[in-house]
Design a protein around this ligand. Structure first.
Ligand SMILES: Cc1cc2nc3c(=O)[nH]c(=O)nc-3n(C[C@H](O)[C@H](O)[C@H](O)COP(=O)(O)O)c2cc1C
Length: 225
């Protein structure tokens, strides 16, 4: 490649870089990050995340989850799970936990430190005002996913006899139950976000912002990546 070619190529790369920077979504305020999240939730593809929790022995646990909703006004993020799952036990014990979202198209990692509330059947029985929000979340789940909530408590040893019983139970759960009310075990996990750590891994200098919720609203700071 001669000098003229190299210069042309460098110019092209520069132009593409500028175009990408112009197209890149703004992340310098918490409101901008909520907008990015809202847009992602509007797309066909599910938004996957890793949820980290702390167990009773102080150890860290992480697993994949589907982000079921975000509410920019309430500053909340929603997940769902079986209320017998370990993550739910952990969140009841240590309600402050981080969920990490990777948005491949945006080349963006969004870490949301949140305060979690578990809304299962027992909670809505005590607080009927929360029935609607849990019901709306249930309605969003596919039939196949709903069926999972009719499983017995997760993390119990499963031998051949237990597996047969589980299959029978699944057959009996049937469409009627799935289409009406969520079982008691269906837990909506609502995280009120108190800190965002947002990293865009594009360009030669990665962009990282910390947005922290204080008494006077969100405070934002760009930090070294
Ligand atoms: C792509 C993917 C998405 C998942 N989404 C969820 C989810 O939304 N909720 C959930 O409880 N488990 C989900 N799981 C299963 C969890 O990762 C985990 O294995 C299970 O919930 C048990 O976790 P726990 O024992 O730590 O509670 C998902 C797994 C994968 C691979």
């Amino acid at each position: 490649m001669d000098t003229a070619d190299s210069l042309e190529r460098a110019q092209m790369v520069g132009t593409v870089g500028v175009m990408m920077a112009e197209m890149a979504r703004k992340i310098s305020t918490a409101a901008a990050v909520w907008r990015v999240l809202g847009e992602e939730m509007g797309k066909e593809v599910p938004v996957f995340a890793a949820l980290g929790t702390t167990g009773h022995e102080g150890a860290a646990y992480t697993r994949m989850v589907v982000v079921r909703g975000v509410d920019a006004k309430q500053e909340t993020v929603w997940l769902s799970s079986h209320c017998g799952a370990q993550k739910v036990e952990h969140l009841r014990l240590h309600p402050t936990a981080e969920v990490v979202i990777w948005l491949p198209e945006q080349r963006m990692q969004i870490r949301l430190r949140s305060n979690w509330r578990v809304i299962d059947g027992a909670v809505t029985a005590r607080m009927p005002g929360l029935k609607g929000v849990r019901m709306r979340a249930w309605d969003q789940h596919s039939a196949a996913t709903r069926l999972m909530f009719f499983h017995p408590t997760p993390m119990r040893p499963l031998d051949a006899k237990g597996l047969r019983a589980l299959k029978q139970r699944m057959e009996m759960a049937g469409d009627v139950q799935m289409q009406t009310m969520p079982p008691m075990e269906f837990a909506l996990l609502v995280g009120t976000v108190e800190r965002m750590d947002v990293l865009r891994v594009a360009g030669s200098i990665h962009e990282r912002w910390i947005h922290a919720k204080g008494q006077r609203g969100w405070k934002s700071e760009r930090v070294t990546p």
